[in-house]
Design a protein around this ligand. Sequence first.
Ligand SMILES: O=C(O)CCC(=O)C(=O)O
Length: 368
Amino acid sequence: MMEEQVRVLEGLWGDVRELSLGNRIQRLDLAPTPLQFLRDYVSPNKPCIISNAISHWPALSLWPNLSYLSSSLSDSTVSLHLTPDGRADSLVPLETPKKGETCFASAHVEHVPFPCALDLVLNSERNNVVGYLQQQNDCFQEEYSVLASDCDAHIPWATEALGGCLPEAVNLWIGNHSSETSFHKDHYENLYAVVSGEKQFLLLPPTDVHRMYIQEYPAAQYSYTSGSGEFRLELEKPQRYVPWCSVNPYPPPETKENEMSKFPLYFNGPKPFHCTVKAGEILYLPSMWFHHVRQSPDDNGCTIAINYWYDMQFDIKYAYFNFLQSIHHGSTLMNYDATKFTLSDELCIDADELEAEEANQEEDTKDE
Ligand SMILES: O=C(O)CCC(=O)C(=O)O
């Protein structure tokens, strides 16, 4: 029975790749028309990268000049997320009271003048604390409103394709090479524009939900004391549970074997789509897609991006995806021993091969 269930899921993962997604994220040289965007990407829930879609933004030349940002935002207070290692909203083992229990850890958030916050992002290593300037609550229009004329308030062809309403939130992200966002999904259509540096995304379609091993984790919060430079991680009170993806796609060598055997549907299944979004490009990240994000900074040491979250349609696709997620959630399928079962070689990738495979995908994309 178990093997049969996994075989059915494997069929689904293969079908969506063969019938719709292919084996790499498509790149467009120019902004699509609203009709093309709706027909070829939004309706089929299919990501793409669009080059030359924001060439007219003054931000592309202005923001990499950090003194421009610091002087424009000298009087602005912004939200700075602090963690010991750059991994906010991620799964971390607790020290106390339940040593070893995994919790969902949120960053310590401080509201500080932009120039101080930027200094912390740039000098994270020196201070043993990693700063990530972000706040997913429309922070661009709230905290960074003085920069409004440097870019568009919305992406016109996306706004039209998505029904004419302006984005629900526009967020700015300024991070360094340590900033990492763990696998999760959002109930938004996401237009993610990189202004400086590069972002690396790992993407999995909503059909692959069982490969993420979503489980409920107790919520915890970092608190940081600047005097001692120490972090404490404490469970929230009253206790709250957060459903989160269990898979870390880049496990450190000491836990790699263990992680690979705990999450075989991820590590032995079809490889995730990997893409690098460069300065000047937009990634269309469809609603409900699982994404994991890392970044490479520009010469100044930071990566700057801005994303537009549009409301998604709660339509029949949403209903199907939810239904799929509800099947066997938390059941024995999640503990399935996939070593007893082999996927076709074409679909399999070992975690060791992942980085090499990503490099190849990059080369292929360049050749297109
Ligand atoms: O850039 C990041 O670190 C995360 C972006 C993200 O998760 C999102 O836009 O939904």
